[in-house]
Each structure stands twice: as structure tokens, then as C-alpha cells.
Design a protein around this ligand. Structure first.
Ligand code: HEM
Length: 272
């Protein structure tokens, strides 16, 4: 272990005892409530909400990640350290959110990591000051070399967040882009027993502001059909494509399917 890491861990233990601990808050636009932490200096918020406890345990959760849009790139470590953790990296590209899972076992550029399935929920947005990403992560509680809460989804997790506040990634249009080291990192403690919500299934439907799409042609779709049957059109701002998505890919009249965070998420946006 490096000297700096040792110092960081000691500081972490000290700071977790005082301030850097998650508390509950609700995201205004989605109505989703998270256990999370806002770093007042970096102006970054990280929140997590889990489904209710179940047997077998669910392998998913929703993450809220709010960061200044001016930062080059930002990241979260779900294991609280750089190596052997599920990492998320994020940066803006033309008002789109570029977000993906990464992994490494050393202090080197983490590479894209297969397994986790990320879906940006519709309330995610980029405005002139911040990225507000709200994403569902499936197959995300266990990863190579570790697990959320060290395997106890009612225990304590230490999460870490990083930022390159000044330098951007090499090719922002490429989710697999390489980049240089962050110039900031810090940690907070998350009591997972407080992070489960009975509203989880409502949240993954888009939060409290949306209702289930009820396209006129949906009654004609046989329920047993899985992927290729026509499924009617997707409503305004609904999902219309992306990794693992099996719903309608055609948008309602006046809307076009836009790959807002390729390859993970496409959304029906007003046609230009
Ligand atoms: C080219 C890319 C990267 C390089 C070269 C790099 C390098 C490093 C180095 C050298 C440290 C130790 C710093 C110190 O002790 O002062 C460190 C710490 C850390 N890094 Fe990275 N990093 C990179 C990307 C990332 C990413 C993408 C994440 C998360 C999304 C991340 C998360 C962390 C965390 C949480 C720490 C502090 C805890 C620990 O030392 O494990 N890093 N990184």
C-alpha cells in the first residue's frame, strides 16, 4: 500500500467519524430519494438507492451523480478504492451524458468493464452548470475482486469519488476514451441499511413524474412475444434504444430517437 493511500485511509476513517457520511435527500426532478453525500468543495453529489431486501439479494441499484459540467471527467468507485472496484466514469459530450463502467487492478487507466448494465433514467439531464445523471445499474453489486458493502447489503459501504476538474478526456465522443489521472479524490460512508426503498420499482419506471406508457397499439402485442414484434411507438422522452433495451424503438410522431449516451441509452426527443 502506498504511503499516500495509507494516509488517505486513516483520514477516511477519521472523516467518516465526523462529516463525510451519507444522509437522505430527494432529487427534485425525478422525485427519487437517495442516501447520498454532497461534497461542498468539489460541488459533487453521489447518491444510491437499493431495492428492498430480498432473497436472493437483488444485484442492482440506482445511482445519482451530480457534477459541474465544466469538469473534464468525474468518477465513482463503488468499492471505495481505485483497484478491484466497480468504477463509473462520466463526462459531458454535446449535452449528452457519457457514462460507463470501468475496472482496473492497478493505478493505471481503468478500462471499460463488461457485466454491469447501465440505463440512464429519463430525468437525467445536462444544463449549463451541471450534469445530473440518474442511472440504474444491474448486475452491479458484485464485481471482480469485490462487492458493494463487502457483500452485506445492509452493512456500511465506503464509496469514493474522483474528478479531473481541469483536463478533459482524449475523445469525449468515445465512451471508451482514454484520459489522464484525476486531480481530486475523496470518500464517504454509506449505511446501506438506510438505502433500500419500497418505491424502487416505481423509480426504475422513471420516478414519480411519469406513468407507464400506454401506446394505442400496445393491446395488439401478444404478451409472450419478447423482442422483435412491433411494439407501437415510444412516447415523448421515453427510451427507444440502448444496451439491453427491448421496448419500442420508433418514436411518436414529431419525435426522433436520439442516441443520448451511446451505446447505453437512446431517447425520443423532439424532431429538429
Ligand atoms: C488514467 C487514469 C487514472 C490514473 C493514472 C489513476 C491513478 C491514481 C493514483 C496514482 C492514485 C493514488 C493517488 C495518491 O495516493 O495520492 C489514485 C487514487 C485513486 N483513484 Fe485513480 N487513476 C485513474 C483513474 C481513476 C478512475 C477512473 C477512478 C474512478 C472512477 C479512480 C479512482 C481512484 C480512487 C478512488 C483513488 C483513491 C483510493 C485509492 O488509492 O485506491 N481513478 N489513482
Amino acid at each position: 500500500m502506498s504511503y499516500k493511500l495509507a494516509v488517505a485511509l486513516v483520514l477516511t476513517a477519521a472523516s467518516l467519524a465526523s462529516a463525510q457520511v451519507a444522509s437522505s435527500y430527494c432529487d427534485a426532478s425525478s422525485g427519487i430519494c437517495f442516501q447520498g453525500y454532497k461534497d461542498p468543495t468539489l460541488d459533487m453529489t453521489i447518491g444510491v438507492v437499493l431495492p428492498p431486501d430480498s432473497t436472493p439479494a437483488s444485484n442492482e441499484y440506482i445511482v445519482n451523480f451530480v457534477v459541474p459540467v465544466s469538469y473534464g471527467w468525474t468518477g465513482i468507485s463503488m468499492g471505495g478504492q481505485m483497484s478491484n472496484s466497480l468504477l463509473f466514469t462520466m463526462w459531458p459530450y454535446n449535452s449528452q451524458i457519457m457514462l460507463g463502467p470501468r475496472w482496473t487492478n492497478d493505478y493505471v487507466l481503468p478500462l471499460p468493464y463488461a457485466g454491469p448494465e447501465i440505463t440512464l433514467l429519463p430525468a437525467s439531464k445536462v444544463n449549463s452548470t451541471h450534469i445530473n445523471a440518474i442511472f440504474r445499474c444491474q448486475n452491479c453489486t458484485v464485481w471482480e475482486g469485490g462487492s458493494l458493502g463487502s457483500g452485506n447489503l445492509d452493512g456500511t459501504a465506503v464509496l469514493a469519488y474522483v474528478a479531473s476538474t481541469d483536463v478533459g478526456v482524449e475523445d469525449p465522443s468515445d465512451i471508451d476514451s482514454s484520459f489522464q489521472e484525476h486531480n481530486n479524490f475523496d470518500f464517504f460512508g454509506l449505511d446501506l441499511s438506510q438505502a433500500h426503498s419500497a418505491s424502487y420499482s416505481k423509480y426504475i419506471g422513471g420516478g414519480s413524474t411519469t406513468s407507464a406508457p400506454s401506446g394505442p397499439s400496445s393491446t395488439t402485442v401478444p404478451p409472450s412475444t419478447t423482442s422483435t414484434a412491433p411494439q407501437g411507438t415510444q412516447t415523448a422522452y421515453g427510451q427507444c434504444g440502448g444496451t439491453g433495451y427491448t421496448g419500442p424503438t420508433v418514436c411518436a410522431s414529431g419525435f426522433t430517437c436520439v442516441a443520448v449516451s451511446p451505446p447505453y441509452y437512446s431517447q425520443c426527443q423532439p424532431s429538429k
